[in-house]
Design a protein around this ligand. Structure first.
Ligand code: ATP
Ligand code: MG
Length: 587
């Protein structure tokens, strides 16, 4: 340690929001260069390499072959698949000295597709899976939590190439198993959830989420085995109702009722219904927003949903991708004067079109799966201070389509009928997609089939967040004293701490380190001239699985072996300590 390039810090970094970020910086594993951009110091790099090695071994074992592409890429292939535009502001674009557009790769579907197209031409060449462990760039809007969401990060990305759907399914299944092995070996508690495929396109896709309260993803589970990212939960349409005896829609003055709560209270007071009180679920809330498309154009959209539910921002973002969601501002209200702020509704009472309709000129009106023909609603009458009652879907208004972006709540039924949902949070560690033929089609990757006919190749795309995994493991294992690595990821197997001014302690510690080293155990030896307190604190921050304290007790013929995770301390005789530690490390 007297020579190791490391400094532990006594203070938390100002931008640290989560424990793993705080400890990785304080323990001298990583250093921030700019928001979302980090340097790796010797200890951190050792952990990164160990994670990489686990990923590499499992990818090799499933038959994928390692390659490496550059990060700096030409624009044209991404133009051909539309991603130059569709990827939006997350894509780091730049120009070379000749003014030629280039990018720093956020993911490499295009490049792998072209590489295979270059070299392969027959069904006999397939199946094929290729992977790389490489640095990716995404200009994330909110880089966060150190390595967890970086703008530069290390990803393992792999791609499978097959002639038919059965082949793709097999490649997907093999990746799924390899990922289970990877995350098992990383010691992460994880769930596999159905996912949306986001900017990638394609169909079947699942995510591997490390269960963690600080995670940015919310997922749901049911007792019957349903598991999905909330973004991917598809609520079924509610059953249609018979509204043949519903009264005609009637507009009422509803002063001072700008919120759902006040509207429900006023409705129960003045327009009480016979069978039961009105609730928020009887009201139809209409939320306006703007969609900003990758080409820069903006279109207004309204979503109608029961008043007891909020729009879930992340579900909305995922549903409209690659468009982005923007608020409906005052200028937008000026441009759409038929929309009465706070009293918007889909009906056509009060004389004429309200703009929420499918005539191609109005605001697109999309509705929650609970809004089905025959359902009766209280909603805005498109005039300040007025609401309309008994407005029946299918009779008094129609929807331009379903948009299922309402929040999912604890206790909601699982879409497949497998019981009530519980919610938890996780960190997305890996993602597997069946891309299908989108990229092969766009870039012309075809091979001859057994009948001599050209067929488009079908592809899968699979990613593991390698640098994110370092942080996720740190997050799962650290405590209030520092990092606490599992054995297979720790930078060193043991930390030998020589304490006291006595030369004998340092001598014994150095000899023990040498013996362990000889036995293939990697040792970090604290040979510094520092106080025992400083050394113990550092050993806890740095987080090797075991430390051996050589000091005061040496005169009695014992040293102390500490277990970082449990805090347990054991006195071990000096003559047996080397063997003791070798057994500990080898398990
Ligand atoms: P997220 O939803 O977290 O933004 P993503 O779905 O955009 O991730 P993918 O395109 O599926 O990410 O990338 C594959 C893997 O790369 C992810 O599962 C994740 O582990 C990792 N990853 C993605 N973005 C980042 C990032 N900004 N920093 C670190 N790792 C990342
Ligand atoms: Mg993903």
């Amino acid at each position: 340690m007297s020579e190791l390039f490391v400094r532990t810090l006594r203070e938390d970094p100002a931008d640290a929001e989560v424990p793993s970020h705080r400890w990785l910086v304080r323990a001298g594993y990583i250093r921030r260069v700019a928001p979302g951009i980090y340097s790796w110091l010797p200890l951190g790099l050792k952990v990164l390499h160990k994670v990489e090695q686990i990923v590499r071994e499992e990818m090799d074992a499933m038959g994928a072959q390692e390659v490496r592409f550059p990060a700096l890429l030409p624009r044209e292939p991404y133009e051909a698949t539309d991603r130059w535009t569709e990827y939006g502001p997350n894509l780091l674009r730049l120009q070379d000295r000749k003014g030629v557009d280039m990018l720093l790769g956020p993911t490499h579907e295009e490049m792998f597709t072209l590489m295979v197209k270059d070299l392969y031409s027959s069904y006999k060449d397939l199946p094929l899976s290729l992977y790389q462990i490489q640095t990716k760039y995404r200009d994330e809007a909110r880089p966060r939590a150190g390595l967890l969401r970086g703008r530069e990060f290390v990803m393992k990305d792999s791609y499978s190439f097959d002639v038919d759907d059965a082949g793709l399914q097999e490649a997907y299944d093999r990746h799924r198993v390899a990922y289970q092995r990877i995350f098992d070996r990383l010691g992460l508690e994880y769930v596999i959830v159905s996912a949306t495929s986001g900017a990638m396109g394609g169909s079947a896709s699942e995510e591997f989420l490390a269960v963690a309260d600080i995670g940015e993803d919310t997922f749901v589970r049911s007792p019957g085995g349903y598991a999905a990212n909330v973004e991917a939960v598809k609520r079924p349409l509610a059953p249609e109702q018979d509204a043949s005896d519903a009264p005609a829609a009637h507009v009422e003055d509803t002063p001072d009722s700008p919120t759902i709560e006040t509207l429900v209270a006023l409705s129960n007071e003045r327009f009480a219904r016979a069978d039961r009180p009105w609730t928020a679920a009887d009201t139809l809330k209409n939320v306006l927003f703007m969609l900003k498309h990758p080409d820069g154009t903006r279109t207004p959209v309204a979503i109608g949903l029961p008043g007891d539910r909020e729009v879930d921002g992340k579900r909305l973002e995922a549903a409209v991708e690659p468009a982005e969601v923007e608020g409906f501002g005052d200028a937008d209200f000026e441009a759409w004067p038929q929309l009465a702020k706070g009293y918007i509704g889909p009906g056509s009472q009060n004389g004429g079109s309200l703009g929420l309709d499918a005539d191609g000129k109005g605001v697109r009106y999309l509705t929650d799966p609970a809004v089905v023909p025959g359902t009766r609603w209280i909603t805005g009458a498109n005039a300040p201070g007025q609401h309309v009652y008994d407005l029946v879907c299918g009779r008094d208004f129609t929807s331009d389509g379903v948009l299922d972006v309402a929040e999912i709540r604890e206790g909601d039924p699982a879409p497949d009928g497998s019981g009530p949902l519980t919610l938890a949070r996780g960190i997305e560690m890996g993602h597997i997609f069946q891309l299908g033929r989108k990229y092969a089609e766009a870039l012309g990757l075809k091979v001859l089939d057994p009948n001599g006919k050209l067929v488009t190749v079908t592809m899968g795309s699979y990613g593991v967040g390698v640098s994110r995994a370092v942080a996720a493991v740190a997050e799962a294992t650290c405590d209030d004293k520092g990092l606490a690595w599992p054995r297979n990821l720790a930078p060193y197997d043991v930390h030998v701490v020589a304490t006291g001014k006595d030369a004998a302690a340092l001598e014994f510690a150095t000899e023990l380190a040498r013996q362990l080293d000889e036995a293939g155990i990697s040792v970090l030896l604290d040979d510094r001239k520092a106080s025992p307190g400083v050394k113990f604190a550092d050993a806890e921050i740095l987080g090797m699985p075991n430390s051996i304290v050589v000091g005061r007790t040496l005169a009695d013929g014992v040293v102390e072996v500490r277990d970082r995770a449990s805090g347990e301390k054991t006195e071990v005789g000096v003559d047996v300590v080397a063997n003791h530690v070798i057994h500990l490390v080898r398990g």
